[in-house]
Structure formats: C-alpha cells, structure tokens
Design a protein around this ligand. Structure first.
Ligand SMILES: *Cc1c(COP(=O)(O)O)cnc(C)c1O
Length: 364
C-alpha cells in the first residue's frame, strides 16, 4: 500500500514498470522532422484503436482540445458545449484567447448528455450580427456529471444534428477509455459518429505525459500546424510516446482493460461513503466509472466550507487525500495504484475523520 492514499485525481498515476522499460529502450528521432519511429507508431496505434485515418501526439489534454478547436473553428466561430465542460472551466480560456472562439454553453442533463433539441436550437441563424456556429464539443466521459460514459447511440444522434447543419462534432475524450470499459464497447464505436476526438494517456492509462488527437488526414494536418503555433512540437518525444504504446497495447501490460478495477473500486467507495453519517449527496448507483463526488453535512451553524476544511485536514493527517469540488463538495477518483484494500482503508480513515471533525452525529 502507498504511504498516501491519493484520490485527488487519476492524473497522479505513475508509469508502470513496463512503461519505464519501454521508455529506456525507445528508438527515437526528431519528431519535428517527422522521424521519431516511436511517435509514429503511437499515432498509428491511436488511429487504429479509434478507427480514424490519422492521429497526433500532443503534450496534454488541454493542448489536444486547443489544437482540435483551432483546426475546426475559424476566429469568431462559436462552439456549442456543456456549461460545465473542462473546455470552458479548466483550460484557462484557450478557446477564447487563442482559438478566438465564442462559446454557447448548454446545461447538461444528469446523464452527461446535452439535449439534442437544445443543441439544435442553439445553432445560430445566418445573420451577420451573430457569431457563426462552428463546432459542437461533447465530453466523454462527462466530468461535470460524475464521469458518466456516453454511448454511441447518443453520440450518433448528436452528430446527426450537427452534420445536418454542416458543423463538425468533437469529442473531448480525456477519459474515453473509461467509457469504453464501462460500456463494454470499443473506442472506434464511441468516436465513430464524431469528426475528431482527443484522449489522455496521462490519466487512468497512467502514462507520465501526453494525449492523442484523432480525426481525418486534413484535420490532423491543421491540428499539426496549430500544435507548432502553440509551441507543442517536440523533438525526441518517442521517449514519452513509448509509455503510450505500452498503455494502448493488448495483453497484460496494456492499461485499458484494467480500468474496470478502478470502476469497481469507485463503486465500492461510493457504497461505503453513502452509509456514513455526515456524508450527503452521493448515490452509488450513479457511479459508473472512476469518478465520485460527495457532500458533507455541516454541524448546526457551521458553514459547509468550514466543515470541508476541517474534514480534509483530518483525512490528510491520516494519509488520505481527497480534493475540493465546487459547491463545498469533495471529489475522489480511483486509479492504477489504488487497490481494493486501499479503498477499505480510505473508508476507515473517512469514518474516523468525520468523527474527529465533529461531523458525524453518531460516534463510531
Ligand atoms: C483532464 C481533462 C482534460 C485535459 O487535461 P490536461 O490536464 O491538460 O491533460 C480535458 N478534458 C477533460 C474532460 C479532462 O478531464
């Protein structure tokens, strides 16, 4: 067991021994000249897994979304997107600052989807006073709605709406493979209706660095130019791409199938938390992937933020790290390196911390 049970994010995952070995012996070249064989192999593998003609290796999920949006959206174009999306909330406004786009946020539904009729209604008419709708972006899994996976049927229905207007659909699939495993499907099926997608290697797939962008050859040519513009062209990046190749392989060292363990652990954690006095707003039935959020019931007269500060200080001092979530809530993500035994220990620590922080009415 690790010293710290770190549930802040699946980004805290360290590379596996197989990744370290592959990185040490990776064949490399200068990828700006297009001759790093390991980067080329990773891009081919990402394209194959997602059934898209071409792929591009980028430094982060944020860069993947940025270059995708730069490739799809002209300056002054508008993006229809979930109001809680990572693109709007967590990417430093790059869609506005660099892409030069406006956003038309839509309130997502509890299952993580946007109502296709609302999306249709959000398209702009051909009016010189208004921005022009240029892209619809969908997050899968959807982080504002507890990492809900979104299936192919829905994505196809959304694509039908966007394509009817000649507008492309992009999938921010930072945790696409969590959706793949949770739904028992393939990445190819989930992104088939979309024009482009990104997915992170550095979250549940446990690589040290990197994300992939996939789409048509033309789209990738434009994304490649955008990657250069934002300073994301790298040289002997095969060193890090090698870890991605390990993560995406079939067989025991690959990291896709094992995401099921994270999902089981998240469900178990949610079930344990839901039974605790002092914890509110958690329904284990809604925890389908590796992402959960819960609330705390403050003492009478206590502010929820004070309750959370006290609670998190107690868990932290006992070797358990959660992270703050909007609305005075607390977030936990399960990932590689967290075993079933850690979940039981996390539940014990949480129970003790609630008591120590005076949040559990019933002493345990
Ligand atoms: C993590 C994440 C990203 C990208 O994040 P980076 O930290 O830049 O890799 C993009 N979209 C979603 C939904 C994410 O969860």
């Amino acid at each position: 067991m690790p010293d710290l049970i770190d549930l802040r994010s699946d980004t805290v995952t360290r590379p596996t021994p197989a990744m370290r070995r592959a990185m040490a012996r990776a064949e490399v070249g200068d990828d700006v000249f297009g001759d790093d064989p390991t980067v080329i192999a990773l891009q081919e593998r990402a394209a194959e897994l997602t059934g898209k003609p071409a792929a591009l290796f980028v430094a982060s999920g944020t860069m993947g979304n940025l270059v995708s949006h730069m490739a799809h959206v002209p300056r002054g174009g508008e993006i229809i997107v979930d109001a809680g999306a990572h693109l709007l909330q967590m990417e430093a406004g790059g869609y506005a600052v660099i892409t030069g786009a406006t956003a038309r946020p839509i309130e997502g539904r509890p299952d993580g989807t946007m109502d296709p009729d609302e999306v249709r209604a959000a398209f702009r008419p051909d009016d010189p006073h208004q921005p022009q709708t240029a892209l619809v972006t969908l997050e899968n899994t959807n982080s504002p709605k507890l990492g809900r996976p979104i299936d192919t049927a829905y994505t196809a229905s959304l694509a039908a709406v966007t394509h009817e207007r000649g507008v492309p659909l992009h999938i921010d699939g930072a945790r696409l493979f969590n959706a793949v495993v949770a739904l028992g499907t393939t990445a190819e099926a989930l992104v088939r209706p979309a024009d482009s997608a990104t997915f992170c290697l550095s979250k549940g797939l446990s690589c040290p660095v990197g994300s992939m962008v996939v789409g048509s050859e033309d789209f990738i040519v434009r994304a490649h130019r955008a990657r250069k513009l934002v300073g994301g062209a790298m040289r002997q990046s095969g060193i890090v791409a090698a870890a991605g190749l390990v993560a995406l392989q079939d067989g025991p060292e690959g990291m896709i199938e094992r995401l099921a363990v994270d999902h089981d652990n998240a469900r178990r954690l949610a079930e344990g938390l839901a039974e605790m006095d002092g914890i509110v707003d958690i329904d284990p039935a809604t925890i389908i992937t590796n992402y959960l959020v819960f609330g705390l019931r403050p003492r009478p007269g206590q502010d929820v933020l004070e309750a959370r500060t006290a609670f998190m200080a107690e868990t932290g001092s006992r070797g358990l790290a959660y992270i703050q979530y909007p609305g005075g809530r607390v977030r936990a993500l399960t990932h590689y390196g967290i075993e079933a035994g850690d979940i039981e220990q996390a539940l014990d620590i949480t129970r003790a911390s609630l008591t120590a922080a005076g949040l559990a009415a019933v002493a345990v």
